[in-house]
Design a protein around this ligand. Structure first.
Ligand code: ZN
Length: 218
């Protein structure tokens, strides 16, 4: 019971918001979410049960087809492949789109990208799986964009280590119930989340679970 109490306390702390809430949504496994966030707004993504990979993208709302989250710039400017608290998500045009103001888990992946039906068939021999690529495409279409605007994404609560010999694969994430990532918009952005439905590798602990998404202004 002690563990349950600790988890409840973490969840309560994660859900405590000091500011004006603009959106508060629970996403079941495999669901997606997108919203235009004004500069200065915060986005908190809470892992409600633990070990839930959450795929994320952001675009400059003023020119989304030319200024998008750029993994290479984000890695190079931080001199690190694994963004930490205080790191920024940079764009194609080397502008900070969002700042990671809090990360209670400490595992953010910039390398592995998202799952797709095609990749799942290639890797696991399973057809027509729910997937993050399809989710991101639906998010893009809701903003008048399309699959051609999809770029390599960032994954929260995701452990994708690259070893000394170059070996790389998803390994078990360490997030627990109540862990959260919080981002601040540094310009008006389109934010997109796919709550990963992957059941074939550890990126969602082989059993995808819900997340909670809160947008607010302090
Ligand atoms: Zn996925």
């Amino acid at each position: 019971m002690a563990d349950n109490t600790a988890a409840r306390n973490e969840l309560a702390e994660a859900a405590a918001i000091a500011g004006t809430i603009h959106d508060d949504a629970q996403l079941e496994a495999g669901e997606y979410w997108t919203k235009v966030m004004p500069k200065g707004a915060h986005l908190r993504i809470i892992d409600l049960e633990g070990q839930q990979g959450t795929d994320f993208l952001c675009y400059d709302a003023a020119r989304p087809t030319e200024n998008r989250y750029n993994a290479g710039n984000t890695i190079k400017f931080a001199n690190n492949a694994y963004p930490k608290e205080g790191a920024q998500l940079f764009s194609d045009l080397a502008q900070p789109l969002m700042t990671i103001v809090r990360d209670t888990c400490g595992q953010i992946d910039t390398i592995a990208g998202c799952c797709s039906a095609e990749a799942n068939e290639y890797r696991y021999g399973v057809k027509d799986t729910a997937n993050c690529r399809a989710n991101f495409t639906k998010c893009l279409e809701s903003h008048g964009l399309a699959a051609r605007d999809l770029v390599a994404n960032v994954n929260f609560f995701s452990h994708f280590p690259v070893h000394a010999d170059g070996a790389a694969a998803f390994e078990d994430g360490s997030s627990v119930a109540g862990d959260y990532v919080e981002l601040r918009a540094e310009t008006d952005v389109i934010a997109m989340i796919s709550n990963c439905p992957q059941e074939n590798n550890p990126c969602a602990g082989f059993a995808p679970t819900p997340i909670r998404v809160i947008v607010w202004t302090p």
